[in-house]
Design a protein around this ligand. Structure first.
Ligand code: ADP
Ligand code: ASP
Ligand code: MG
Length: 420
């Protein structure tokens, strides 16, 4: 007998029939003798609709009320899942975040989980019931509903799995695992049998939305075994021989558990990156702080940063990226920053960040160089470059983003054999 947390994403609970299909997966695990807790997202498209309503009501709405509105989507699916499970003969009860409780800080809209009380869930599970928990939400110490940022149900599931000491956290979604790149962009993408926490963390934070970045951080810190798998598979197909969790999927695990290390394991794409350049700022201590301090105070997340070496040691140029949605705000903040002197400021929206990721890069030189070559062969101009130990990222024109992903995917030999 194992303890399993099963999380179902938006497309897996998109309507009552899909919820029934997801519930069949739950029933299978319960009938196999496992103790199960379920975490659900809102129905596909629901959260976008709720966010839209908040903006329509007032573009400058209070973040506490935003959370009260957008958290409601998960409450609907948790209740429906409990109804459907009970109807199938599986005893089940829904829990909103505050009923567990899942405690968070009070950064409304992107709150962090501080604690999950396992008591209620433990009691239900050990007496053969299936608690169904709303993903994406919690309660602050000021007693208000919070939400965890888009895609946050993955993080709820991992936090619940850690709290109830689950043997595994299964993330059911609309793809049957983590792929070498987004299969919607590159049909030749291959499913990875296993991927290390570190690579998954980079992939998630660089644009692969299959798992929320924080869920991977938390799973790594808490040692939660994470499996990404499909809710669209036949729930009663029977176990695939030798598989630890039954059917196909990807295990996210420690690097030591992966035998065959690829140099490059994945390619990611993040759209809507805006670029801002400050020309002729003084090249002296404190200048970077006077640029990025005001942006941080305005809670604008800056991503890639490049500062030129100045010829004369007097002046330099600084270029960096922010999300397209923050571009206007960032320009405004910089134009009115108190201690910042520069000759001109310019920028544009519509960039895309393409990254290649792999733990093998630690021991292989030349990956960045070969990436630049592969892009230049396609006539794609690189605007900015950043690297870390296991990834290289470039900023390019969004128009060429998908072409670049497919070209790099082929270049690093990641294409599926039967698709060539
Ligand atoms: P859910 O609603 O179940 O949380 P998401 O839409 O958040 O699902 O995440 C699943 C989607 O992530 C897939 O449909 C796929 O298009 C996308 N995706 C992006 N990169 C990858 C990748 N490397 N592997 C698998 N899926 C990916
Ligand atoms: N429903 C939330 C969202 O769409 C959380 C999630 O799906 O993980 O962002
Ligand atoms: Mg998701």
């Amino acid at each position: 007998m194992a303890r399993i947390v099963m999380k179902f994403g938006g497309t897996s609970v998109a309507n009552v029939e899909r919820i029934r299909q997801a519930a069949r997966h739950v029933k299978r695990e319960v009938e196999a003798g496992h103790e199960v807790a379920v975490v659900v997202s809102a129905m596909a498209g629901k959260t976008n609709e709720l966010v839209g309503w908040c903006t329509e009501a007032s573009p400058m709405h209070d973040a506490r009320e935003y959370d009260a509105v957008v958290a409601s989507g998960e409450q609907v699916t948790a209740g429906l899942m409990a109804i459907v499970l009970s109807d199938m003969g599986v005893q089940s009860r829904s829990y909103a975040g505050w009923q567990v409780p899942i405690r968070t800080d009070d950064s409304h809209g992107s709150a962090r989980i501080t604690d999950v009380d396992p008591k209620n869930l433990d009691e239900r599970m050990s007496s053969g019931w299936v608690p169904v928990v709303t993903g994406f939400q919690g309660i602050s110490d000021k007693n208000r509903i919070t939400t965890l940022g888009r895609g946050g149900s993955d993080t709820s599931a991992v936090a619940v799995a850690a709290a109830v000491k689950a043997d595994r956290c299964d993330i059911y979604t609309d793809v049957d695992g983590v792929y070498t790149t987004d299969p919607r962009i590159a049909p030749r993408a291959k499913r990875l049998e296993r991927v290390s926490f570190e690579e998954m963390l980079e992939m998630a934070s660089l644009g692969a939305k299959v798992l929320q970045t924080r869920s991977v951080e938390l799973a790594m810190a808490q040692g939660v075994r994470l499996v990404v798998r499909s809710s669209f598979e036949d729930p009663n197909a029977g176990d695939a021989p030798g598989s630890e969790w039954g059917q196909t999927g990807t295990l996210v695990c420690d690097e030591e558990e992966i035998m065959e290390k690829q140099i490059v394991s994945g390619v990611t794409l993040a759209r809507a990156e805006a670029k801002i350049t400050l020309r002729k700022v003084k090249d002296k201590p404190g200048v970077a702080a006077s640029v990025f301090g005001p942006l941080a105070d305005a809670r604008i997340v800056v991503d890639m940063i490049v500062q030129n070496i100045s010829d004369d040691g007097q002046i330099t140029d600084i270029t960096f990226t922010v999300p397209d949605s923050e571009f206007d705000k960032a320009m405004k903040v910089l134009k009115s920053a108190p201690d910042l002197e520069y000759e001109s400021i310019s920028g544009s929206k519509g960039g895309a960040k393409i990254s290649v990721i792999g733990v093998g890069m630690r021991s292989h030189a030349g990956v960045a160089a070969s990436m630049f070559r592969a892009l230049s062969d396609k006539g794609i101009n690189i605007q900015l470059i950043t690297t870390s130990e296991i990834k290289t990222s470039v900023l390019i024109d969004e128009e060429y983003a998908e072409l670049a992903v497919r070209a790099l995917h082929t270049y690093y030999g990641l294409d599926k054999a039967d698709a060539q």
